[in-house]
Write a protein that binds this ligand. Sequence first.
Ligand SMILES: Nc1ncnc2c1ncn2[C@@H]1O[C@H](COP(=O)(O)OP(=O)(O)O)[C@@H](O)[C@H]1O
Ligand SMILES: [Mg+2]
Length: 267
Amino acid sequence: MIISCANEKGGTGKTSTTAMLAWELAEMNYKTLVIDCDPQANLTDLMIKTKSQENTDITIDPSLFALLIHERNLSEGIIQIKKNLDIIPAAADMNLFSRWVDKQNISEKDKVSFLSNAVKPLKDKYDFIFLDVSPTMSLTNDNVFMACDWLIIMLQTQQRALLGANSFIDYLQTNLIDEFDAHVDILGILPVLTKGQSIIDNAILDNATNDFGKENIFESYIMAMERVKRYDMTGITESDRSIWDKTTHKAYRNVAIEMIERINHNE
Ligand SMILES: Nc1ncnc2c1ncn2[C@@H]1O[C@H](COP(=O)(O)OP(=O)(O)O)[C@@H](O)[C@H]1O
Ligand SMILES: [Mg+2]
């Protein structure tokens, strides 16, 4: 099962959500892999920080880009973060992927399917594979969405973001599903709420319900939580003594559980 948290805007919590969902699934004993396809490598940073709490030294070699262009097996790039949780890290060279793949002497369909073909051999080895990307309409992102079975659309409760979700879905339909037969489907729209602004939150949620249908919106929401921001600096922590860790993990655990239910229900 290959999944990506998507939105055409940045800063909607895609990377944090990807990391936290992967963490919760690993805790639930699902074998989980995250692949960082974003040249900014935010997910790689977060995961390496999470791991280096154990004081392990990590260098990113080979990068995802290097593996892809030399047609090496992606499993050569796997780093274990903790039990059941692996990453294939990205480095800044991922910036070059769009142009590189575009220059290959292959069909348009093969250009958008390059990553998908490379990831395929890993599918059997994991229960869940998450791909993380930056919010650009690029050949890199097309490659990511072509590789996915499911997308979780992040919906920040700001009007702009809702428009973002709409145009993103249009883009998927016209450019990937209609044109290249992408089998990707939307698992649901996941609201990321701004705490303390419930009037706005509710108005946007009502809009989203009208636009997409109640059944397409996750029942479990993600609230703004300071602890998630802190994880950017400390890596993900899960201390029995910290109520903040507990609350944060519980929120994402609920989303992970609903995600599995939605997958089972849709298959
Ligand atoms: N639930 C949350 N509560 C508070 N801050 C969050 C939450 N999710 C993400 N953030 C913060 O918001 C910023 C953008 O999140 P990120 O996951 O990097 O977004 P994206 O990948 O969509 O650009 C980061 O600083 C992150 O720590
Ligand atoms: Mg990101």
